[in-house]
Design a protein around this ligand. Structure first.
Ligand SMILES: [Zn+2]
Length: 275
């Protein structure tokens, strides 16, 4: 089975110390794939520091040189992978950037080129802000030959005219009918692939994630833990788990202690796995 970690919301507002505190120790054992916002708009997201929230000003990543240096070094050392996380992320009209927004092809093309140039690294995966994507957004990432961090589904953009859609849909339906949890494979939709993220957040259940993890091992599939560096110290709602960080570390321990598990970056997992 493949294991990977996806962390969303690295942006101009991220200090290198934030990432180092979150992942300095973790990345000694395996890589963390960072979904990075190239031109972060200071909206209402929790990843934006409170004093900037709802200013709606735009902050290019390159204006935080200390972070750029840290990311370049970390990526070159194999500790981090860069993924694209929207373009501005927040929309002033409370719309969802990649479900409702316009100019999505241009945003994907330019956002990717900007990150690749700035960080001297390939970008292979797109993670939509707030996990929301639609038909136009999917089309935009497929055109750029990017894969999706997340699962769009029939209602959010899978083409009803593509045989790959129905093969995937029936496979997932069969999996669920037999009690399957999560989505333990890379989904091949023909013009792009998708990798489900299993939320590691304050409201997420470690017990459920452990069940999904065990099922993924049984089918020699994939488990992607999806979290945010800015809420690792937040308390968990589930009893017996102190913080989001503890939840994540328990999953990492499970992955590290099982010889059947291979820990790779999200991009490596998506591109190396047979669907
Ligand atoms: Zn985000």
């Amino acid at each position: 089975m493949h294991f990977c970690i996806r962390d969303d919301d690295t942006s101009f507002f991220t200090a290198p110390e934030d990432l180092e505190r979150a992942y300095g120790e973790v990345t000694k054992h395996g890589p963390v794939s960072l979904a990075i916002i190239p031109f972060c708009r200071a909206g209402s997201s929790k990843g934006v520091p409170e004093k900037y929230r709802r200013r709606w000003s735009i902050h290019p990543l390159d204006e935080n040189q200390a972070l750029v240096d840290y990311l370049r070094d970390g990526i070159a050392a194999g500790r981090y992978e860069a993924m694209l996380h929207g373009y501005h992320h927040d929309q002033p009209d409370s719309q969802l950037e990649f479900a409702d927004g316009r100019d999505l092809s241009e945003r994907v093309r330019h956002g990717r080129a900007y990150l690749e140039d700035l960080l001297s690294a390939p970008v292979r995966v797109f993670v939509p802000p707030k996990n929301a994507i639609g038909k136009q957004g999917l089309h935009a990432i497929a055109r750029e030959r990017l894969n999706l961090g997340g699962v769009a589904g029939l209602r959010s953009g899978w083409s009803p005219f593509s045989p790959a859609t129905w093969i995937t849909w029936f496979r997932l339906r069969r999996w669920r009918a037999r009690g399957g949890l999560g989505v333990p494979w890379i989904l091949d939709l023909g013009d792009h692939k998708e990798i489900a993220g299993n939320p590691v957040t304050p409201s997420a259940s470690l017990r459920l994630n452990e069940c999904i993890f065990d099922q993924a091992i049984r089918v020699d599939g994939v488990f992607c833990a999806a979290t945010h560096y800015w809420e690792l110290d937040t308390s968990c709602q589930e009893s017996g788990i102190a913080t989001v960080r503890e939840h994540l570390l328990r999953l990492i321990a499970r992955a590290s202690n099982d010889q059947k598990v291979v820990w790779r970056s999200v991009g490596d997992v998506v591109s190396s796995m047979e669907s």
